[in-house]
Write a protein that binds this ligand. Structure first.
Ligand code: ATP
Length: 441
């Protein structure tokens, strides 16, 4: 692909739909703006991302535990957290085309849809939380919200976790799950959804140590994105200016990704949240949310560092970063250079042709691999087209069963990136692939 033409989101959207990664939600009814459905390949890749996050944030650390809280919480949570009062975006309307925008996304007072100049209404604060009612009566006494972030459940469960898990500072509580935001202008595919998944961790530490933990988590999180395969040159750190900090933060770093066609955009935020949340919930609930510091012999309110990243944004970043086009023997080849860690299918088993002699061995090979790796069997269409299909979904290895296989009990392994071929005996296949696919995660 030439440097001059950055990869467009349309290319990714169309690949995702064509190959079963992501579909527009309720598409047969015209879709729904800001909502997307993950297809058979998408769900595998998404699960890989979530598993890798959980492994690095919870399983591999003895200072972090996980929870899985309810999406609908007592509405008092959102009053205390500041979301009812301040979780708003400034909204403006274009008087000319009647379209609605986020005021902070507009440049030069020109409507991005119709080009009208100075046509905007005054900005109004628009709360991004989705409201619902709990129980059969719809009145203001039973209003509740779909959570706009997963973080608050960690704060309100602080005492439960400290007590039940006998935790000492510093320690973290991690959670991943759905969040909902009634975004004014969802868009750029799954970059900004109205329903999405977040992976968040609240790390509680002594107030004097917050800076060192902020740096620690920034470093850890950057390393994680690189481990999943995002190219270093496309990642950067941006520190928030004082005036853009959220009401709870005394310092925030964003890890940004360079989406060529959209520019540098936030992938993950690593916020220092001070003692804002624990103090706010203690004041509102009347329950002490403190920690007894044995060294100092006093109760303290810990400070908090929060790495917060979206599953969907990570997913989009990985696809965008992995997309490759090249020319092979005069034909365009598209492939996703995904790390085997995240690739939805690890191995494809492809008999050279659909043939009654080849099929039994090919089926046998795929049954041999299936317990170890996510494996796809495909015998439809020409072998060339099947390779192309696997390239386009990022499958690292294709195993081809041919007529020689019937004689020598060996198969050909083709690698996605270099298209090199290796001949391997069937009994050695699992070990061979395990070594090739191993990326130590
Ligand atoms: P933005 O400035 O893009 O609206 P934010 O700063 O409000 O995002 P946070 O509240 O810090 O985002 O959320 C943490 C992470 O959750 C983000 O870095 C992003 O990866 C993800 N995220 C937030 N909002 C959305 C959304 N509407 N769709 C998809 N992912 C989201």
């Amino acid at each position: 692909m030439s440097e001059a033409a950055p990869l467009s989101f349309e290319t990714i959207v169309s690949l995702c739909k064509r190959r079963g990664f992501v579909f527009p939600s309720s598409e047969i009814y015209g879709g729904m703006s800001g909502f997307w459905d993950y297809g058979p390949l998408g769900v595998e890749m998404k699960n890989n991302i979530k598993r890798l996050w959980w492994k690095s944030m919870v399983q591999e650390r003895d200072d972090v535990v996980g929870i899985d809280a309810a999406i609908i919480m007592n509405p008092k949570v959102w009053e205390a957290s500041g979301h009812v009062a301040t979780f708003t975006d400034p909204m403006i309307d274009c008087r000319n085309c009647k379209h609605r925008f986020r005021a902070d996304h507009i440049e030069g007072n020109v409507c991005p849809d119709c080009g009208a100049r100075d046509s905007f209404t005054e900005a109004r604060a628009f709360n991004l939380m989705f409201k619902t009612h709990v129980g059969p009566v719809e009145d203001s006494s039973n209003e509740a919200y779909l959570r706009p972030e997963t973080a608050q459940a960690m704060f309100v469960n602080f005492d439960n976790v400290v007590t039940s898990m006998r935790r000492k500072l510093p320690f973290g509580i991690a959670q991943m799950g759905r969040s909902f935001r009634n975004e004014i202008t969802p868009g750029n595919f799954i970059f900004r959804d109205r329903e999405f998944e977040q992976m968040e961790m609240e790390y509680f530490c002594k107030p004097a140590e917050y800076k060192q933990w902020h740096d620690h988590w920034l470093e850890q999180r950057l390393a994680w994105h690189k481990k999943l395969g995002v190219r270093e040159a496309n990642l950067r750190i941006r520190e928030h200016a004082q005036e853009e900090l959220s009401h709870y933060s005394n310092g925030t770093y964003d890890i940004e990704y360079n989406f060529g066609s959209m520019g540098w955009s936030e992938l993950e935020g690593i916020a220092s949240r001070t003692d804002f949340d624990l103090k706010a919930h203690a004041a509102a609930s009347g329950k002490a949310l403190t920690y007894f510091d044995e060294e100092a012999n006093e109760h303290i309110v810990p400070y908090v560092i929060e790495p917060a990243v979206g599953v969907d944004r990570t997913f989009l970043t990985l696809l965008y970063d992995a997309y490759r086009e090249e020319e092979v023997r005069g034909e365009k080849r598209v492939f996703l250079q995904l790390s085997p860690l995240v690739a939805p299918i690890k191995v494809a088993v492809l008999p050279l042709s659909r043939n009654e002699k080849l099929s039994p061995l090919a089926r046998e090979v795929s049954s041999l691999l299936r317990p170890h790796f996510f494996t796809q069997f495909d015998d439809a269409q020409s072998i060339g087209r099947r390779y192309r299909r696997q390239d386009e979904i990022g499958t690292p290895y294709c195993v081809t069963v041919d007529f020689d296989s019937l004689e020598d009990n060996a198969v050909t392994i083709r690698d996605r990136d270099e298209m090199q071929q290796d001949r391997v005996k069937v009994p050695e296949l699992v070990d061979y692939l395990r070594e090739k696919l191993s990326t130590d995660a």
